[in-house]
Design a protein around this ligand. Structure first.
Ligand code: S3P
Length: 166
């Protein structure tokens, strides 16, 4: 019997990987991450894909990674922070248990700082975070079956709140 999938969505830096691994451990299921799947399939970093081919090309690769992961994997699956931007990717999540890990703008700035390894936030992080949250919040909410606020909570606490809500 395959384990029903639990999908994690939310902004970069919110802790999808950390919480995803903790959730998988607590549930005794596998953990998978579509960013890692894209990097493995392409043999390039995400930053390289953005620079070489542009964001639309990355979103198409990401959608295929989500489709493949959902077909192959029962367990916890974390999506990249921008995966919900793609209509087709959102459609793949219909009917699934989707946990949205949310955080406020100030928390996002504090957690990610000036991390230039994240290509979308290289300059003026506070302004970019505000715009990014405004553009994406409703999309996270659209796909989510459970919302867990992470501000002021440790990954262990977030995991427990998610487990209680699932
Ligand atoms: C992105 C988030 C990243 C990664 C890419 C784009 C985004 O994933 O997919 O850099 O658009 O928010 P994480 O949320 O795992 O950092």
């Amino acid at each position: 019997m395959s384990v029903p999938v639990i999908v994690l969505v939310g902004p970069m830096g919110v802790g999808k990987s950390t919480v995803g691994e903790l959730l998988a451990e607590r549930l005794g299921v596998g953990y998978r991450d579509t960013d890692a799947d894209v990097v493995a399939a392409e043999g390039r970093t995400i930053a390289e894909i953005f620079v070489d081919d542009g964001e639309p090309a990355f979103r198409a690769l990401e959608k295929e990674a989500v489709r493949t992961a959902l077909a192959e994997h029962g367990g916890v699956l974390a999506l990249g922070g921008g995966a919900v931007l793609d209509d087709g990717t959102r459609a793949l999540l219909a009917g699934l248990r989707v946990v949205y890990l949310s955080m406020g703008v100030e928390e996002a700035v504090r957690r990610t700082g000036l991390n230039v390894a994240r290509p979308l936030l290289a300059v003026n992080p506070r302004k970019q975070w505000r715009e990014l949250m405004e553009a994406r919040r409703h999309l996270y909410e659209e796909v989510a079956t459970v919302v867990v606020a992470t501000d002021g909570r440790t990954p262990e606490e977030v995991t427990q709140v998610a487990l209680d809500a699932l």
